[in-house]
Design a protein. Sequence first.
Length: 279
Amino acid sequence: MTLFESIILGLVQGLAEFLPISSSGHLAALQYIFGIDGSNVLTFTVMLHFGTLVAIFVVYWKDIVDLVKELFATIKDICTGQGVQVNKNDTRKLGFMIITASVPTAIIGLLLNDFFESLYARMTVIGVCLIITGCGLFFAERYGGGKRTIKDMNFRNAFFIGLCQSVAIMPGISRSGATMIGGLACKFDRAFAVRYAFLISIPSVLGAFLLEVPEAVRSVSDGTGMSLGVMLAGIAVAAVSGYAAIKVMIKAVTNKKLMYFSVYTWIAGAALIIYSIPA
């Protein structure tokens, strides 16, 4: 993979990870269109998530610090016999809701990872999934959303949104879009829905990244993959573009502009299906 290709993939990853247009689908499509060797693309795609993680940590650093502090406070309460006390405060409850949403994603990801990876080379499947993403955004925008916040959230809501996130393992289904759809379907306030959607992406993205680190190190060290410099360039671009995309997404959700992304994913999905038809 060349430096130019790495930068392009990093740019697309950063934008499409947080905008509801599916980063996995776009990266797989670019790999197909550019004819990039697929042997290390999946590993590189996961490594790019480190850049998007940096973007999330920069935007939501206060939430993350508060959650870590509350984790230690919860451990202290357990050790002193006070119990878990899930509803002790909003931050503690948010932490448990994030953990709950991560469970179905982890289970489905571990059990069906090989199957979903096999779909990355099937452009028709990705195109259909993009269209499905657009339909979900369309209905969530028109009929979803409400006034509920973390105070009104329960474990059923968190598990349901986690199931929505697990569906996004399919290339072409947007992770941010799926979790946003789940949050709006549960009638959560738009500002809370987008905040929660990005926060629950941290465990799954971090887990996938850590699983691929050994393979990335091996490919760099034995010369079978891309150079370290090329990889780092893509990660840096993903971090910067990801930060910008988060800011855009927050405004788009709160200002009810998801319809634009619906139209885009419909067009992109249809174009990809047509492009994949043999001449």
